[in-house]
Ligand binder design. Structure first.
Ligand code: KIV
Length: 282
């Protein structure tokens, strides 16, 4: 089994131009498959609100939801770097609230770092959590928790004015002490510049080349059907596999084809003994 990576490995990978491959996972089996596949990192994203819990967005997700899913992922992937996502409302109020919830994340679910959304506007939060000795990953560009403010799940930094803001956010995240940065849904030309400009590793989701790539597992596996962002490559159709299996099962139960003798535990005593037992109750 491969040795668990540390923050130093991620710095080294940036320096050596080695790509970091990571996915989201929210449960024990997916985490275990990701670890078996050699994934460098796993994000337990608050996207779980949509892809696991069926909410319309990430806003309803709570610390308890995130911690519980992080615990399952840690059990499934004990040797993989796990990123815990700070849900909406867990760091908006104050630096103190942010530190308290980041500490809770580490204590209760053994994540390796936390991620929070925003650049300039959360600089003091990143600094406070980093000063508490906790590794922070920034997240800028399209930040789903602010999709209301952004006018929807829209790509960012596509014109010069907006690109300038994204660059300012990236610089603010690094200056505040984050150990890495995730950039979502901005043009590749901008991601390339930010990746070159920052000393910390810069990862991309739907933003072209960077120091590594993240994808939502439910999207790439074809499990989340409400919508698929343009930047997703679909590697499997698990929804079809599951639905086909469920349909077959329904059919076989209704037709009496399942279960057969091979799917039951046969009695250890004779039929006659069982008949005698039944008579006692008649
Ligand atoms: O919650 C999540 O999965 C995320 C990704 C969209 C980056 O934050």
């Amino acid at each position: 089994m491969a040795k668990k990576k540390s923050v130093l490995d991620f710095y080294k990978m940036k320096k050596e131009g080695k790509q970091v491959a990571w996915v989201t996972a929210y449960d024990y089996p997916t985490a275990s498959f990701a670890e078996q596949a050699g994934m460098d990192m796993i994000l337990v994203g608050d996207s779980l609100g949509m892809v696991i819990l069926g909410h319309k967005g990430t806003i309803p997700v709570t610390m308890e939801d995130c911690i519980s899913h992080c615990q399952a992922v840690r059990r499934g992937a004990p040797q993989t770097w796990v990123v815990g996502d700070m849900p909406f409302g867990s760091y908006q109020l104050s630096d103190e609230q942010a530190v308290e919830n980041a500490v809770r994340f580490l204590k209760e679910s053994d994540v390796d770092c936390i991620k929070l959304e925003g650049g300039v506007r959360v600089e003091s939060r990143i600094r406070a959590i980093s000063n508490a000795g906790i590794l922070v990953m920034g997240h800028i560009g399209l930040t789903p928790q602010s999709s209301g403010v952004l006018g929807g799940f829209k790509a960012q930094g596509r014109d010069i004015g907006s690109a300038r803001d994204v660059i300012k956010d990236a610089l603010a995240v690094e200056k505040a002490g984050a150990f890495s940065l995730l950039v979502e849904a901005v043009p590749p030309i901008l991601t390339k510049f930010i990746t070159r400009k920052l000393k910390i590793p810069v990862y991309s989701i739907g933003a072209g080349e960077a120091d590594g790539q993240l994808i939502i597992s439910s999207d790439m596996l074809g499990k989340f059907q409400a919508f698929t962002p343009k930047f997703v490559k679909v590697y499997a159709n698990v929804a079809e596999v599951e639905t086909t299996a469920f349909k077959k099962y329904v059919e076989e139960v209704r037709e009496g084809v399942f279960p057969t003798d091979e799917h039951v535990y046969q009695a250890l005593d004779s039929d006659d003994d069982f008949e005698k037992l039944f008579r006692e109750f008649e």
